[in-house]
Structures are given as C-alpha cells and as structure tokens.
Design a protein around this ligand. Structure first.
Ligand SMILES: Cc1ncc(COP(=O)(O)O)c(C=O)c1O
Length: 358
C-alpha cells in the first residue's frame, strides 16, 4: 500500500526522507556495523548522535549556553510532574493558565505537589481562545508561569507569549520547531517529540541553567533536571532510537532552511485550510481568529452525521487522522512540519468536492 495523507495528531507524520535514511541505516549505521538500536549508549557512535541532536536543536532554535538541552523519557506528561517537583520550592506557589485539555493535565499534576494558581481559564468559553495580555495578572512571588503554547485538541495557540516576571514555562509539544520563537523569553520549553520532531516516548527539554539548581532535595534523583543535565542526557539508558530520529528530523529541517522557512510553509498550509473553512457556511471553525493554531486546525460541519460521513469518505480517499479528539468531536487536521503543502492541497480539493455534493 502506498503512503497515505497522514493528519494524525501524534504520533504523526514524519518526513519521508528521514524515514528513508533511517531505513537505509537500519541494519548498519555507518561506521558501527550495527543498528542504532543495538549500539551502546556509551559508544562513540551514539555520543556523536546525541551531540549532533543537541547541536541541531541549539542551532535551529537559537538556544544559548545559558540553557541546557535535555532528551528525557516519559513524554511531555512526565514533564507535567517534573516541573512542579523541581521548580516550585516548598511553601511557594506557581501560576498556570488553563487553555485546554493539556494545560488542565499539567494543572492537575501541579496541584498534587503544592499551591497552584489558575490565573486564567478558558473552560467556560469551551477553550476557543488564548487569553489576552490584559486578562492576565500574575501572582506575586509565584515560582513560574506555565502555559501550553499550542493546544493540540482545541486547535488554539498563543499568537504572542505572555510577558512575565517569573520564568515562563511552555509546553510546546504540538508546535515545537514550527515557527520562530525567542527562547530567551522562556525559563523552560518542553515537548513530547511525537508531533514535530520524532517518535513518542521522548521529550525535548530546554531549560535555563539557573533553574536546574532550584530542585528540592526531596525530589527523587531520576526526576531531577540536574541529574540529566550533569550527565548530558545519559544518566541512564536513554531512548536512543528516539534521539537518533530527532537528529535526522532536525538535520532535515536544517536542510530546508531552518525554522523561518518552516514557519512560512506552515503558515501557507494553515491559511489555505482556514481560507476554505471561512469561505462558506458549510464549514465552521469554532476558534477565535487570533488564536488559531497553524498546527492543529479544527472545524465542524452542519451536523454530526455529515461529520461522520466526511471522516469515512476521507479515509476511503486516503486521508487518515481527521477525526476530532473524542472529547470535543468534529474534525481536526494536524498539519505538522512533515505534512506537505501538497497533502493539505489534496485535502482542500477533497473538501471542496465533498461540499459540492453534500
Ligand atoms: C500539548 C500536549 N502536551 C502534552 C502531551 C502529552 O504528551 P505525551 O503523550 O508525550 O506524554 C500532548 C500529547 O498529545 C500534547 O499534545
């Protein structure tokens, strides 16, 4: 079977050249005589892979030496726990913005460990937008401010990041490396790899080095950022395959011209799709325009029956992963970096034909 158009939310599409390279190196990584999966994480070959992956992240995102770049296990969800265990010292509080399902999960985890201030919530409005700067007032003395910069399920993203005195921490799982950002605005950025930069089970963490020193002694050793920073992400056996694929993906993004080029392509793809959705009453995007994600585009049809039919016919036509998250319904197309403009154009043509005959 030929490769289909993959609009999955994560794990998601990976660039075909990356998969082909991994395939070519599968049984015999150059100079190693074995697969990456079979090599020691202490070997020279693997050290070169992890160093290369870190160098790529630093170059593409403009990460200075003030930050550590870590490759951790447990996905983004473990970060929900590690953040509050490491960065909120005893007796202190932390601010959280509740922008949707993923921010809520981070909040749930934060509440377990200490005082958690939910300083804004979009819940009553059904998470259709991000907060405006004027709606935010931060808690004096809070240890950090946590946001989810792009809500994968709701299809919303911060057009501009909040300006905070406390370190800003962002879950960028579903938009990492999709647009140019200034890392220096953040105390920490983290992302599960499985949307834009690699396979699942791997989390990329970019954290300001001074924050690594905050961790209370009661935090288990494995769950301390310092443990992993001191050992160059090799404290224990890491997700070697995941780091290898991340290295290949970032090589590929670099070869395309980096994040400025990625952002241009992504914006074009998203504008084309939103353009069609806005062009008639048949489609309806529930998200406020300013907050629209360029990675996860969500929309509705006139009825749930039509939505079901749309998903069914789309699947038959070779478009996978268009069903909205089970918690919200509707349609969602995740158009991550590896989803080509050609794939989005093909989806748009399919949508036009569907509308014409409905
Ligand atoms: C924005 C966001 N944060 C966190 C997660 C959780 O990631 P993981 O499954 O790697 O723990 C996801 C997963 O889809 C996500 O979209």
């Amino acid at each position: 079977m030929a490769r289909i158009y993959n609009f999955n939310a994560g794990p998601a599409s990976l660039p075909l050249p990356v998969l082909e390279k991994a395939q070519a190196e599968m049984t015999d990584f150059p100079g190693a005589g074995m697969s990456v999966m079979e090599m020691s994480h202490r070997s020279k070959s693997f050290q070169a892979i992890v160093d290369g992956a870190e160098a790529n992240v630093r170059k593409l995102m403009g990460v200075s030496d003030d930050y550590a770049v870590l490759f951790l296990q447990g996905g983004a969800s473990l970060q929900f726990a590690m953040i509050q265990m490491n960065l909120r010292r005893p007796g202190k509080s932390a601010d959280y913005i509740d922008s949707g399902s993923w921010a809520s999960k981070a909040i749930k985890e934060a509440k377990i460990g200490g005082e958690t201030n939910v300083i804004w919530s979009g819940k009553e409005e059904k998470y259709i937008r991000m907060p405006k700067a004027s709606e935010l007032s931060f808690t004096p003395g809070a240890e950090y401010v946590h946001i989810c910069s792009n809500e994968t399920i709701g299809g919303i993203r911060f057009p501009k990041f909040p300006k905070t005195d406390a370190p800003l921490i962002a879950d960028m799982s579903s938009e990492i490396m999709s647009r140019v950002i200034d890392v220096n605005q953040f105390g920490m950025i983290y992302a599960g790899a499985q949307k834009n930069i690699g396979p699942s089970g791997l989390a990329l963490v970019i954290i300001r080095k001074d924050l690594i020193e905050r961790t209370p002694e009661t935090t288990p050793i494995f769950l301390r950022y310092k443990t992993h920073a001191d050992e160059g992400s090799l404290y224990n056996t890491p997700n070697t395959w995941g780091i290898y694929i991340l290295k290949l993906v970032t090589d590929y993004v670099e070869s395309l011209g980096g994040l400025a080029v990625m952002e241009k392509i992504n914006t074009k793809k998203a504008n084309a799709l939103y353009g069609l959705i806005d062009s008639s009453d048949f489609w309806r995007c529930p998200v406020e325009k300013e907050s629209r994600s360029i990675m996860n585009v969500v929309w509705r049809l006139p009825s749930e029956e039509l939505e079901e039919q749309f998903i069914k016919e789309a699947k038959a036509a070779g478009f996978e992963g268009l069903k909205g998250h089970r918690s919200v319904g509707g349609i969602r197309a995740s158009i991550y970096n590896a989803v080509t403009k050609e794939a989005v154009d093909a989806l748009i043509s399919f949508m036009k034909a569907f509308e014409a005959k409905a």
